[in-house]
Write a protein that binds this ligand. Structure first.
Ligand code: AMP
Length: 192
């Protein structure tokens, strides 16, 4: 089973992806995590994307498509949870082609419904909690970058809602409930 978690920054995609990993043996593929890892290990690509990520803008399609292709070719899983990918129509087409070449497809695209005020508060709260716990704070979890990330989402990623709706893959779940409530709503989609 392969699914996409689609939603703006702060919608809770990462949290739900980790729950699905634990409970269903699926594997989370987060391009954001892969890019942060590339930065930490100081690769050439990591250095190239650092300033773009900190500003809250999208990195180029070829970089993230390459990252996903490598994982699909090397990781064996009961199914993949695409988290933060695809974020553009070009990425969505590329993902469709990659899965098709593996004889697979998408089972569902789960769109998480949230409102912008809650998002900004959630992301700032995530930064505050990390700071209080003495953990590293994401450089893009500040008010200015969050605004850019939301704009990028509406300009470049939200068209995917129409794209997957037209393909018959789109399902909405309310993203504003508790973690357990959102988990239950996603489970109902996957098991329904
Ligand atoms: P995330 O952890 O998903 O919020 O991603 C953090 C940042 O990494 C984004 O703001 C982008 O700069 C970059 N990024 C992650 N995934 C993608 C993607 N699929 N396409 C373009 N940029 C991405």
């Amino acid at each position: 089973m392969n699914i996409i978690l689609l939603g703006p920054p702060g919608a809770g995609k990462g949290t739900q992806a980790r729950i699905l990993e634990e409970k269903r043996g699926m594997v989370q593929l987060s391009t954001g995590d892969m890019l942060r890892e590339a930065r930490r290990s100081g690769t050439e690509m990591g250095q190239k994307v650092a300033a773009i990520m900190d500003a809250g803008e999208l990195v180029t399609d070829d970089i993230v498509i390459g990252l996903i292709e490598e994982k699909l070719n090397t990781v064996d899983a009961m199914g993949f949870i695409f988290d933060g990918f695809p974020r553009t129509l070009g990425q969505a087409d590329a993902l469709g082609a990659l899965l098709e070449s593996m004889g697979q497809g998408l089972n569902a695209v789960i769109a998480m419904e949230v409102n912008d005020d809650a998002l900004v508060a959630r992301v700032l709260n995530r930064a505050e909690e990390a700071r209080a716990a003495g953990e590293p704070v994401r450089a893009d979890d500040n008010e200015e970058s969050i605004k850019t990330r939301l704009l990028e989402y509406y300009k470049k990623t939200s068209p995917l809602i129409g794209y997957y709706h037209a393909k018959g893959d789109l399902v909405w779940v309310p993203g504003l409930g508790t973690i357990d409530e959102v988990e239950a709503a996603i489970a109902a989609v996957l098991d329904g």
